[in-house]
Design a binder for this molecule. Structure first.
Ligand SMILES: Nc1ncnc2c1ncn2[C@@H]1O[C@H](COP(=O)(O)OP(=O)(O)OP(=O)(O)O)[C@@H](O)[C@H]1O
Ligand SMILES: [Mg+2]
Length: 357
């Protein structure tokens, strides 16, 4: 027996003095509690005592008797006061936040100052690598303009199920490679441009992340959209993000972008932890000469940047053709045991260590 069922039973009780409207519609049902076989209903009588009070109490009792087992104990009382709302309020996205996201130990944004540095590649492979290490992992693709998780994980066309939650709707993530994935891309036709702007994009994103049944997770990674604009600030504020990983490439010109990324999380309004810097495309390694490293964008760029901002360099990922190919083919490189896979496992191990500090 649930509260909701009791409400349904009370919809069968009409107030003879008020046309055909039932007690729930009239806002005359106050508190309803169900405990084991005990049901307690409080009628809310408005500003004045209703002459039909005893009649209504009897009708309520009868309505509940009709639908419940014989040993049900029913108590009905009535109070005078302002009418209650029609129903207990539906849960809002923000209430769900607390329930669902509270079970996630670390929510970490994957960010960069500029686009195209390999954020999504790092996010997807890091998620897979963390799962390979035995952590419970989810990844939300927060890039509303160019979601890349469906392609990179080979889950294009997957349709997440929605589920009634009693007092709201939750979305079930797509599971593959031991990771729970969610992307706005699952809700659009492939190739269809998403034309959301500003606040609409923010809301869609928030829902997409907060209304998902992630269950218990060690890590929830958020693949942030490129840049450091309003949408980022509102994302970090609305989603209880613990901190961020900043992805960069080694060129000296990337320094200014890293600074923007770092500032975004360190400014006093946001003030979140930065778990570390990831240097992507740190060197080039040809498939046929896996021992060789060619520093085509310069050596130690990442080391210098990390030192300059006082954050740990927690991963260096080489440029390997297989990383791009496996991304495009939906089989993340982190699944392999080549140098590409190992680089991501190393990154995952370092992040877990930073997070557990
Ligand atoms: N280490 C790497 N080795 C080879 N190719 C890579 C590597 N990292 C990223 N790429 C390739 O570079 C391209 C851009 O990467 P990705 O989409 O991950 O960047 P992004 O920062 O998420 O971009 P955006 O800002 O558009 O979201 C992709 O084609 C990807 O496969
Ligand atoms: Mg991306």
């Amino acid at each position: 027996m649930t509260q909701e069922q009791i409400y349904d039973m009370l919809r069968e009780v009409q107030h003879p003095g008020k046309g055909d409207r039932n007690l729930v519609e009239l806002g005359m049902v106050g508190a309803v509690s169900v405990q084991g076989n005990k049901v307690h209903v409080t009628l809310q009588l408005g500003e004045h005592r209703d002459p039909l009070t005893d009649y209504l109490k009897g009708s309520v009792r009868a309505a509940i008797y009709r639908h419940t087992p014989v040993d049900t104990e029913i108590e009905v009382d009535a109070v005078v006061g302002k009418p209650a709302e029609e129903k207990p309020k539906k849960k809002t996205v923000n209430d769900l936040t607390l329930e669902e996201v509270a079970q996630v130990r670390h929510i970490i944004g994957i960010a960069s100052g500029k686009g195209g540095v390999g954020k999504s590649t790092v996010a997807v492979n890091l998620a897979v690598a963390l799962a390979r290490l035995g952590y419970r992992v989810g990844l939300a693709d927060a890039d509303v303009y160019g979601p890349s998780v469906p392609l990179m994980t080979g889950t294009e066309g997957a349709v997440p199920e929605a589920m009634e939650n009693g007092d709201g709707e939750v979305i079930l993530p797509i599971e593959k490679f031991g990771v729970k994935w969610m992307s706005i891309g699952y809700f659009a036709q492939p190739g269809q441009a998403l034309i959301w702007r500003g606040p609409m994009a923010c809301n869609a994103l928030k829902q997409m992340i907060l209304q998902v049944r992630w269950e218990v997770l060690d890590f929830l990674l958020i693949d942030m959209p490129p840049g450091t604009g309003d949408i980022h600030i509102s994302l970090v504020n609305d989603i209880p993000m613990e901190g961020a990983l900043i992805v960069t490439t080694p060129q000296a010109v990337a320094l200014a972008d890293v600074e923007k990324g770092v500032d975004m999380f360190r400014n006093e309004k946001i003030n979140r932890k930065i778990f570390g810097l990831v240097e992507n495309m740190a060197w080039f390694t040809p498939a046929e000469l896996p021992e060789n490293k060619y520093y085509i964008f310069g050596k130690d760029g990442g080391v210098k940047m990390a030192r300059q901002f006082g954050i740990p360099l927690i991963g260096q990922i080489p440029i390997v053709q297989s990383i791009r190919e496996s991304g495009d083919g939906g089989q993340p490189a982190a699944l392999s045991s080549g140098p590409d896979g190992l680089a991501f496992l190393e990154l995952a191990r370092n992040l877990a260590e930073q997070a557990d500090r």
